[in-house]
Design a protein around this ligand. Structure first.
Ligand code: GLN
Length: 247
Protein backbone atom coordinates (compact mmCIF):
# COMPACT_ATOMS: atom_id res chain seq x y z
CA UNK A 1 0.00 0.00 0.00
CA UNK A 2 1.33 3.50 -0.80
CA UNK A 3 1.72 5.89 2.08
CA UNK A 4 1.65 9.69 2.10
CA UNK A 5 3.35 11.15 5.14
CA UNK A 6 2.42 14.74 5.97
CA UNK A 7 3.76 17.21 8.52
CA UNK A 8 1.24 19.93 9.39
CA UNK A 9 3.22 22.73 11.02
CA UNK A 10 1.69 25.20 13.49
CA UNK A 11 -1.81 23.76 13.05
CA UNK A 12 -2.80 25.34 16.37
CA UNK A 13 -1.74 28.87 15.36
CA UNK A 14 -2.05 29.13 11.58
CA UNK A 15 -5.54 27.93 10.73
CA UNK A 16 -7.58 30.70 9.15
CA UNK A 17 -10.94 29.96 7.53
CA UNK A 18 -10.58 26.24 8.15
CA UNK A 19 -7.17 25.79 6.50
CA UNK A 20 -6.84 22.56 8.51
CA UNK A 21 -9.67 21.24 6.36
CA UNK A 22 -7.13 20.82 3.57
CA UNK A 23 -5.56 18.05 5.62
CA UNK A 24 -8.92 16.34 6.12
CA UNK A 25 -9.54 16.48 2.38
CA UNK A 26 -6.15 15.01 1.47
CA UNK A 27 -6.60 12.30 4.07
CA UNK A 28 -10.13 11.47 2.80
CA UNK A 29 -9.05 11.35 -0.84
CA UNK A 30 -6.16 9.05 0.07
CA UNK A 31 -8.36 6.81 2.21
CA UNK A 32 -10.94 6.42 -0.59
CA UNK A 33 -8.15 4.98 -2.74
CA UNK A 34 -6.59 2.70 -0.18
CA UNK A 35 -3.60 5.02 0.25
CA UNK A 36 -2.36 5.30 3.81
CA UNK A 37 -2.17 8.96 4.91
CA UNK A 38 -0.28 9.83 8.07
CA UNK A 39 -0.57 13.41 9.33
CA UNK A 40 1.75 14.52 12.12
CA UNK A 41 1.24 17.91 13.72
CA UNK A 42 3.99 20.16 14.94
CA UNK A 43 3.59 23.18 17.20
CA UNK A 44 6.14 25.37 18.95
CA UNK A 45 6.36 23.23 22.09
CA UNK A 46 6.48 19.84 20.28
CA UNK A 47 9.60 17.78 19.84
CA UNK A 48 11.46 18.95 16.71
CA UNK A 49 10.61 16.67 13.79
CA UNK A 50 13.00 15.35 11.15
CA UNK A 51 11.56 16.95 8.00
CA UNK A 52 13.29 14.52 5.66
CA UNK A 53 10.77 11.86 6.82
CA UNK A 54 7.85 13.59 5.09
CA UNK A 55 6.38 13.65 1.59
CA UNK A 56 4.47 16.86 2.22
CA UNK A 57 4.89 19.83 4.56
CA UNK A 58 1.84 22.00 5.09
CA UNK A 59 1.55 25.45 6.69
CA UNK A 60 -1.71 27.42 6.85
CA UNK A 61 -2.49 31.11 7.19
CA UNK A 62 -2.76 33.39 10.18
CA UNK A 63 -3.01 36.93 11.45
CA UNK A 64 0.12 39.11 11.69
CA UNK A 65 0.33 38.41 15.42
CA UNK A 66 0.42 34.64 14.97
CA UNK A 67 2.98 34.99 12.20
CA UNK A 68 5.16 36.97 14.61
CA UNK A 69 4.75 34.33 17.31
CA UNK A 70 5.87 31.43 15.17
CA UNK A 71 8.53 33.28 13.19
CA UNK A 72 11.50 32.60 15.49
CA UNK A 73 10.65 28.91 15.73
CA UNK A 74 10.08 28.60 11.99
CA UNK A 75 13.52 30.09 11.33
CA UNK A 76 15.10 27.17 13.20
CA UNK A 77 13.78 24.92 10.41
CA UNK A 78 15.32 26.97 7.62
CA UNK A 79 18.08 24.54 6.62
CA UNK A 80 15.86 21.49 7.01
CA UNK A 81 13.07 23.05 4.95
CA UNK A 82 15.51 24.13 2.26
CA UNK A 83 16.99 20.63 2.12
CA UNK A 84 13.53 19.02 2.04
CA UNK A 85 12.44 21.30 -0.79
CA UNK A 86 15.58 20.54 -2.77
CA UNK A 87 15.12 16.82 -2.16
CA UNK A 88 11.63 17.05 -3.71
CA UNK A 89 9.38 17.15 -0.66
CA UNK A 90 6.10 18.87 -1.53
CA UNK A 91 5.48 22.23 0.19
CA UNK A 92 1.86 23.30 0.44
CA UNK A 93 1.56 26.82 1.86
CA UNK A 94 -1.46 29.00 2.49
CA UNK A 95 -1.37 32.79 2.89
CA UNK A 96 0.70 33.45 6.06
CA UNK A 97 2.67 30.25 5.39
CA UNK A 98 3.17 31.35 1.78
CA UNK A 99 4.48 34.77 2.87
CA UNK A 100 6.98 33.35 5.37
CA UNK A 101 8.77 31.20 2.78
CA UNK A 102 9.74 34.37 0.90
CA UNK A 103 12.38 36.92 1.91
CA UNK A 104 10.29 38.79 4.50
CA UNK A 105 6.82 39.96 5.44
CA UNK A 106 6.47 43.61 6.48
CA UNK A 107 3.24 43.75 8.47
CA UNK A 108 0.68 46.55 8.70
CA UNK A 109 2.59 48.15 11.61
CA UNK A 110 5.82 48.23 9.62
CA UNK A 111 7.47 45.34 11.52
CA UNK A 112 9.60 43.06 9.40
CA UNK A 113 8.98 39.39 10.04
CA UNK A 114 11.92 37.55 8.49
CA UNK A 115 11.05 34.86 5.97
CA UNK A 116 13.06 31.74 5.30
CA UNK A 117 14.14 33.04 1.89
CA UNK A 118 13.44 29.74 0.16
CA UNK A 119 11.92 31.75 -2.67
CA UNK A 120 12.68 35.20 -4.09
CA UNK A 121 9.39 36.94 -3.44
CA UNK A 122 8.69 39.32 -0.53
CA UNK A 123 5.52 40.72 0.99
CA UNK A 124 4.58 44.16 2.29
CA UNK A 125 1.25 45.08 3.91
CA UNK A 126 -0.09 48.63 3.53
CA UNK A 127 -0.41 50.44 6.86
CA UNK A 128 -4.12 50.97 6.41
CA UNK A 129 -6.11 47.88 7.32
CA UNK A 130 -8.86 49.16 5.00
CA UNK A 131 -6.69 48.27 2.02
CA UNK A 132 -6.80 44.53 2.70
CA UNK A 133 -7.67 42.18 -0.15
CA UNK A 134 -10.82 40.46 1.04
CA UNK A 135 -13.36 38.41 -0.85
CA UNK A 136 -14.00 35.45 -3.08
CA UNK A 137 -11.39 34.72 -5.69
CA UNK A 138 -11.17 32.68 -8.88
CA UNK A 139 -7.90 31.82 -10.55
CA UNK A 140 -7.12 29.85 -13.68
CA UNK A 141 -4.21 27.48 -13.43
CA UNK A 142 -2.74 24.73 -15.54
CA UNK A 143 -2.41 21.52 -13.67
CA UNK A 144 -1.07 18.38 -15.37
CA UNK A 145 -1.70 19.95 -18.76
CA UNK A 146 -5.31 20.88 -18.03
CA UNK A 147 -6.73 24.38 -17.48
CA UNK A 148 -8.64 24.51 -14.22
CA UNK A 149 -10.61 27.30 -12.59
CA UNK A 150 -9.92 27.26 -8.88
CA UNK A 151 -12.15 29.05 -6.37
CA UNK A 152 -11.40 30.19 -2.84
CA UNK A 153 -11.52 33.10 -0.44
CA UNK A 154 -8.75 35.61 0.23
CA UNK A 155 -8.15 37.92 3.17
CA UNK A 156 -4.69 39.41 3.31
CA UNK A 157 -3.06 42.77 3.81
CA UNK A 158 0.25 41.52 2.41
CA UNK A 159 1.09 42.36 -1.18
CA UNK A 160 3.51 39.80 -2.56
CA UNK A 161 6.06 41.00 -5.11
CA UNK A 162 8.66 39.36 -7.36
CA UNK A 163 6.82 36.10 -7.86
CA UNK A 164 8.54 34.48 -10.82
CA UNK A 165 6.26 31.48 -11.30
CA UNK A 166 2.70 32.21 -10.14
CA UNK A 167 0.16 29.48 -9.52
CA UNK A 168 -2.46 31.04 -11.77
CA UNK A 169 -4.01 34.09 -13.37
CA UNK A 170 -6.74 35.97 -11.55
CA UNK A 171 -10.24 35.91 -13.07
CA UNK A 172 -11.96 37.49 -10.08
CA UNK A 173 -10.45 38.96 -6.91
CA UNK A 174 -6.97 40.32 -6.18
CA UNK A 175 -4.27 37.65 -5.98
CA UNK A 176 -0.68 38.43 -5.05
CA UNK A 177 -1.33 42.19 -4.88
CA UNK A 178 -4.39 44.43 -5.13
CA UNK A 179 -5.87 43.87 -8.64
CA UNK A 180 -2.95 41.66 -9.56
CA UNK A 181 -3.11 39.58 -12.73
CA UNK A 182 -1.50 36.64 -10.97
CA UNK A 183 -1.90 34.62 -7.82
CA UNK A 184 0.28 32.35 -5.72
CA UNK A 185 3.57 30.66 -6.38
CA UNK A 186 4.11 27.34 -8.14
CA UNK A 187 6.87 24.84 -8.69
CA UNK A 188 6.35 21.17 -9.39
CA UNK A 189 6.70 20.47 -5.67
CA UNK A 190 5.36 23.78 -4.30
CA UNK A 191 1.87 25.22 -4.20
CA UNK A 192 1.76 28.50 -2.29
CA UNK A 193 -1.44 30.50 -2.44
CA UNK A 194 -3.65 33.10 -0.79
CA UNK A 195 -6.70 30.87 -1.22
CA UNK A 196 -8.53 29.80 1.92
CA UNK A 197 -11.85 28.06 1.95
CA UNK A 198 -10.28 25.57 2.71
CA UNK A 199 -8.68 25.74 -0.69
CA UNK A 200 -9.01 22.06 -1.57
CA UNK A 201 -12.73 21.77 -0.77
CA UNK A 202 -13.99 22.75 -4.22
CA UNK A 203 -10.83 22.06 -6.17
CA UNK A 204 -10.26 18.29 -6.33
CA UNK A 205 -7.74 18.59 -9.18
CA UNK A 206 -5.35 20.39 -6.85
CA UNK A 207 -5.74 17.72 -4.16
CA UNK A 208 -5.07 14.97 -6.66
CA UNK A 209 -2.06 16.76 -8.13
CA UNK A 210 -0.56 16.87 -4.62
CA UNK A 211 -1.41 13.23 -3.78
CA UNK A 212 -0.17 12.01 -7.14
CA UNK A 213 3.10 13.91 -6.72
CA UNK A 214 3.59 12.45 -3.23
CA UNK A 215 2.98 8.81 -4.15
CA UNK A 216 5.02 8.98 -7.34
CA UNK A 217 8.00 10.81 -5.93
CA UNK A 218 11.17 9.31 -7.27
CA UNK A 219 9.40 6.49 -9.16
CA UNK A 220 9.82 6.13 -12.87
CA UNK A 221 6.65 3.99 -13.15
CA UNK A 222 3.96 6.50 -12.31
CA UNK A 223 0.96 5.16 -10.43
CA UNK A 224 -2.34 6.70 -11.57
CA UNK A 225 -4.99 7.71 -9.04
CA UNK A 226 -8.33 5.93 -9.02
CA UNK A 227 -10.97 8.52 -10.02
CA UNK A 228 -13.41 9.54 -7.28
CA UNK A 229 -16.93 10.85 -7.52
CA UNK A 230 -16.35 14.62 -7.36
CA UNK A 231 -19.84 15.62 -8.50
CA UNK A 232 -20.69 17.44 -5.28
CA UNK A 233 -17.40 19.35 -5.14
CA UNK A 234 -17.66 20.31 -8.80
CA UNK A 235 -21.31 21.35 -8.46
CA UNK A 236 -20.35 23.64 -5.56
CA UNK A 237 -17.57 25.13 -7.65
CA UNK A 238 -19.92 25.70 -10.59
CA UNK A 239 -22.26 27.69 -8.34
CA UNK A 240 -19.37 29.90 -7.24
CA UNK A 241 -18.04 30.32 -10.78
CA UNK A 242 -21.53 31.22 -11.98
CA UNK A 243 -21.86 33.79 -9.25
CA UNK A 244 -18.38 35.29 -9.55
CA UNK A 245 -17.78 35.15 -13.27
CA UNK A 246 -21.45 35.72 -14.23
CA UNK A 247 -21.31 32.71 -16.55
N1 GLN B 1 -1.39 38.29 8.15
C1 GLN B 1 -1.15 38.14 6.75
C2 GLN B 1 -1.75 39.25 5.94
O1 GLN B 1 -2.65 39.90 6.38
C3 GLN B 1 -1.63 36.78 6.28
C4 GLN B 1 -3.12 36.64 6.35
C5 GLN B 1 -3.63 35.25 6.11
O2 GLN B 1 -2.93 34.26 6.36
N2 GLN B 1 -4.90 35.17 5.69
O3 GLN B 1 -1.34 39.45 4.82
Amino acid sequence: MSTVKILHMYADMLDLYGDSGNMEILSYRCRMRGIDCIIDKYSIDSEKPDLSQYDLIYIGGGADLEQQHISEDLLTFRDQLKAAHEAGTFLFLICGGYQLMGKFYRDADGNDIPGLGLFDYYTVAPNSRRKRCIGNIVIRTEITGKQVEVVGFENHGGQTHDVRTPLGSVLCGNGNCKNSPSEGYFEKNVIATYLHGPMLAKNPEISDYIISYCINRGQSDRVGLKPLDDSLELACREVMLGRLLKK
